[in-house]
Design a protein around this ligand. Sequence first.
Ligand code: AMP
Ligand code: MG
Length: 464
Amino acid sequence: MTFRFDNSWLRDLPGTFLRLPPDPAPAPEVLAWNAPLAQMLGLGPEVQANAARWFSGADLPPGADSAALAYAGHQFGGFSPQLGDGRAHLLGEHLDPAGNRWDIQLKGSGRTPFSRGGDGKAAVGPMLREFLISEAMAALGVPTTRALAVVATGAPVWRDGQALPGAVLARVAASHIRVGSFQFLAARGDEAGLRALTRYTIARHYPDLAPDGALGLFDVVIARQARLIAQWMGLGFIHGVMNTDNMALSGETIDYGPCAFMEGYAPGTVFSSIDRQGRYAYANQPLILGWNLARLAECLVPQFDADEETAVAIANARLKSIAPRFRDEWLAVMRAKLALQGADAGDEALVDDLLGAMAGQGADWTLTFRRLADAAEGREAGLTVLFPDPARLLAWLPRAANPAVIPRNHLVEEALAAAVSGDLQPFEALLAEIRRPFAPEAGRERFTLPAPSGFGPYVTFCGT
Ligand code: AMP
Ligand code: MG
């Protein structure tokens, strides 16, 4: 089966996109193909056979109707009323055999009227990086956009005076509805557009809600996002650029730029080269969640109640609920990691004690929990040192909540460097391991260990 496109965004949301084709790549070549995802989407061999042309802009799959979407956003706290897809083209919404709707989007596919100063392009390394890390997140059970393919364009991309090989990523998302999509309409005072986008979002993601129930939508987005960020925290994942244009109403993780997994536990960890204030540091992510949702509330508030004062009171009550809501989700994640049975009043103190000890030693986040899980599995002594009440630990559960393998920064860099110089083997080997994160360590210890001390501090980049 090939794509079955139905482009509801272009039909239902006039004024929020520009129809235009991607740039054709001169010599497209498939570097990575996501066979399990293709299968899930009901895409047969004809799609893979056409991947180089269809996912590089050389040609469009039948039924595609290419467009760049408009959105706004707060970037590092400062508002831009117009951002939009500056290097991305939505090809359309594919309906899979189960009837689910998926955005198929190209990233790195050329300039658009939203490009501002940018070149509209992307390099091989960062696109393979997005493929790898989003695939890790999917395997770890985190809602996420995924990559169907990475296609080298055959054209260079200039970064810091250097020519790098260019690439396009074919991204699959439940949708690309962002907090910034609402902000775009709000900034223009387009109340009818906001109501249309609210209805569209509900119909697409939360069809059980009342069709124009903005408050119901806000509640479910709070719930999804609180759970999502709790999952990130449990994995030591740092998104790195939690701007409002990078927060999806579907509850999926979106926009893999400067993200990375923390190794040694330090709450203030930041990887992004431009995040000098630590706005998007590991421990700040729950606060930014609340901040971003407050920006969404500002867009929706006129829909909460006809009376302005009442509407604002409703919004404020909801915003106050976010921190305790997140805390509950986070405790649920931590209880699962530690296999704490039921909910005990002492759990939070126990978790805080453990994290305090880990921070004091800079203990590797992933490895510490995995070793606890391994110890629990072997019923080893020593657990009582960390847990005064080991009877509450279920002896065999925690491995399933504590991965052995995450995409460690040194391994990711090694795989990408090899890929850029033409050797895809390390990328494929790492991909195979991150796709079974909870499986036993035996025989793949190399993928479970922290970076060697010589690796040094890790720095990541946006818009690469
Ligand atoms: P991001 O940091 O990836 O969320 O991107 C923020 C904004 O910058 C979005 O509007 C992107 O489309 C745009 N952007 C990022 N990189 C480029 C690029 N190389 N060319 C044009 N626009 C870009
Ligand atoms: Mg973005």
